[in-house]
Design a binder for this molecule. Structure first.
Ligand code: DGL
Length: 273
């Protein structure tokens, strides 16, 4: 007898980041599309990405995308500005025809300018690698060359979030010193140019209270309009990290109270074994 039972093939939306930062993007997507399946990968073994070279970041993220393909992922949101800035073009070429990849910065720039006038100043808080790439400046000035863009290297912010050092005197001093730069430049708006920074935005506002633009919000709307992945009644999110799953759970709490197991996959061990 022919078995007519057709097994549903799950197609999750993939998200990747160096750590819990990407959950600030997943939270926005989940708000708009609660019936999708998601697979999230936090590359906690290799964080922070912001101090690594573009080639290193490409290698880390390529492995994650290869892994996503084994999980039947067709659409990937790069929930990481640093990867979007320095590795997206190469990843896009490499995975052409196999994955649709949505980067953050390239979409964010357009929406960030909506409330600005000619000659206004916008500040970008970002990692060292993102700032060095000048990707935000390039994308913004392509749209409006009269906008002054001040990119501020906020090295150290990712560690504050990952290690939950929000109330430490040193953390607050570091944050204040960076927002002072934005204030002195007269920034009308600030882009949260790293997905870890939405965890810090309430602290930022205490030091400099302007409009903070979160690129995750616009990328979520774009992804919602473009992807055709089916809805699932019993949708779920699978969380993976490359190290320290328990720390990940604790640091994730601002955006997700993860009850299920966070699985650990260390690619270097798999391939060396
Ligand atoms: N959250 C990432 C970003 O948006 C990476 C931060 C890091 O690991 O340095 O840039």
């Amino acid at each position: 007898m022919i078995n007519s039972f057709k097994k549903e093939i799950i197609e999750p939306v993939g998200l990747l980041d160096s750590g819990v930062g990407g959950l600030s993007v997943l939270a926005q997507l989940y708000k708009l599309m609660p019936y999708k399946n998601y697979i999230f990968f936090g590359d906690t073994k290799n964080l922070p990405y912001g101090t690594k070279t573009p080639e290193e970041i490409y290698q880390f993220t390529k492995e994650i995308l290869d892994f996503f393909i084994t999980k039947n992922v067709k659409n990937v949101v790069i929930a990481c500005n640093t990867t979007s800035a320095v590795a997206y073009d190469k990843l896009k070429n490499n995975f052409e025809g196999r994955l649709n990849i949505y980067p953050l910065i390239q979409h964010a720039a357009k929406y960030a300018l909506e409330n600005l006038k000619n000659n206004d100043t916008i500040a970008i808080l970002a990692t060292k690698a993102t700032v060095n790439s000048k990707k935000y400046t390039h994308e913004i000035q392509k749209l409006n060359p009269s906008i002054n863009v001040v990119e501020i290297d906020c090295s150290g912010f990712v560690e504050i979030v990952e290690n939950r050092l929000y109330n430490k005197k040193e953390s607050l001093e570091l944050i204040k010193s960076k927002l002072d730069i934005a204030e002195k430049a007269g920034a009308k708006e600030i882009i949260l140019g790293c997905t870890h920074y939405p965890y810090l935005v309430d602290i930022f506002k205490k030091f400099y209270d302007v409009k903070y633009f979160n690129p995750a919000i616009c990328i979520s709307h774009i992804v919602k309009n473009e992807i055709k992945t089916p809805d699932y009644k019993d949708s779920k999110i699978d969380f993976y990290v490359s190290a320290n799953p328990l720390e990940f759970k604790l640091s994730a709490k601002t955006f997700f109270d993860i009850k299920d197991e966070v699985k650990t996959i260390d690619f270097s061990k798999i391939y060396c074994a």
